[in-house]
Ligand binder design. Structure first.
Ligand code: ADP
Ligand code: MG
Length: 299
């Protein structure tokens, strides 16, 4: 993670931000035995930190919004595929069917600040944690007198204000094929967040490639012709949730979803090198690669 901050006492603000990021990680890590999420996932019924509570409520809400395509309770499934340990394997259909019974997010109970999961269920904020962290970091930087900052949280870009000279930040969007910038966009006070199938995947013995983004309802890695989705909006949390959800929905459903909730901009890269972007980006997006086709998604 890299953060650049401009303003008086930026070194102090950055030090506080670093602490904040480690604190959030400590609360929501799936692997640290003292984290809220680890303890919940191992059967404890506990009062949780604000970070965990906000993420749990937001994720459950978003799961409902997307009819379960987005699902914060997929951990038993992603574990069975080996994405949590990098010991990859293809589970049997029976195994997936059985594990899916443990991913019913409507069974998660939240009471004030305590959360309870049914035995065998497990939460994972992998799809939203970085976006949430970016929002919290920006809030803290602002409270500490910073009016210009660029955060790169593992490929999630979030900016506070403009550059120190008052012009917008020019953010590159990585090509799924070359790793170089395929497009760039000028922004202020926004998040530019990408979910890429090319970021984490494995090739099974039968030659199939399986990616780390899942259809929350079937428990299968997504295989719908999309290779990357970039979301641009003010909230990092919303952008992060959307990037995963729109990827999992596929082009047609993502387009329908956007038409019903046009409060974000979206760029979709397909495996066939086709590019789709929402109309609000027209004239804003600077294309830097060759595409098979370039298509605007209209309202
Ligand atoms: P990245 O981690 O590459 O930034 P994402 O924001 O798309 O990308 O998050 C992917 C992670 O989200 C996966 O590693 C997994 O932990 C989790 N995940 C995968 N599919 C879903 C889904 N349908 N709903 C919620 N979380 C998911
Ligand atoms: Mg995401």
């Amino acid at each position: 993670m890299t953060i650049q901050a401009y303003g008086k006492k930026s070194d102090i603000a950055l030090e506080k931000t670093k602490k904040l990021i480690y604190q959030i990680e400590q609360n929501i890590s799936t692997t640290n035995p003292t984290s809220d999420v680890y303890r919940l996932n191992h059967g404890e019924n506990i009062s949780v930190s604000n970070d965990t509570l906000i993420l749990a409520k937001y994720s459950l809400d978003f799961a409902k919004q997307t009819n379960g395509v987005f699902n914060p309770a997929l951990y038993p499934i992603t574990s069975a595929w080996g994405f949590t340990t990098e010991d990859y394997k293809v589970p049997s259909n029976e195994q997936i069917k059985e594990l899916l019974t443990l991913t019913d997010y409507s069974k998660i109970q939240i009471d004030n600040n305590s959360i309870k999961l049914k035995t065998g269920m497990a939460l994972d904020f992998g799809a939203v944690g970085k976006g949430y962290t970016g929002d919290q970091a920006i809030k803290l930087l602002r409270e500490n007198g910073i009016n210009s900052a660029l955060l790169d949280l593992g490929g999630n870009i979030q900016v506070l204000g403009t550059k120190a000279d008052g012009t917008k930040w020019n953010v590159g969007i990585k090509s799924p094929w070359t790793g170089k910038a395929a497009a760039s966009i000028k922004i202020a006070d926004k998040a530019v967040i990408t979910s890429g199938g090319y970021e984490r995947f494995f090739t099974a013995d039968d030659g199939h490639e399986y990616i780390h983004i899942f259809d929350g309802k079937t428990g299968m890695p997504v295989n719908n012709g999309i290779t990357g989705v970039t979301i641009i909006t003010e909230s990092g949390l919303y952008a992060d949730a959307l990037s995963t959800a729109m990827f999992a929905m596929g082009l047609t459903d993502a387009t329908t979803y956007w038409k019903q909730h046009p409060d974000f901009e979206m760029i979709i890269f397909t495996e066939n090198h086709d590019l789709y972007y929402t109309e609000g980006l027209h004239g804003e997006l600077n294309l830097l690669a060759d595409f098979n086709s370039v298509n605007i998604i209209h309202k």
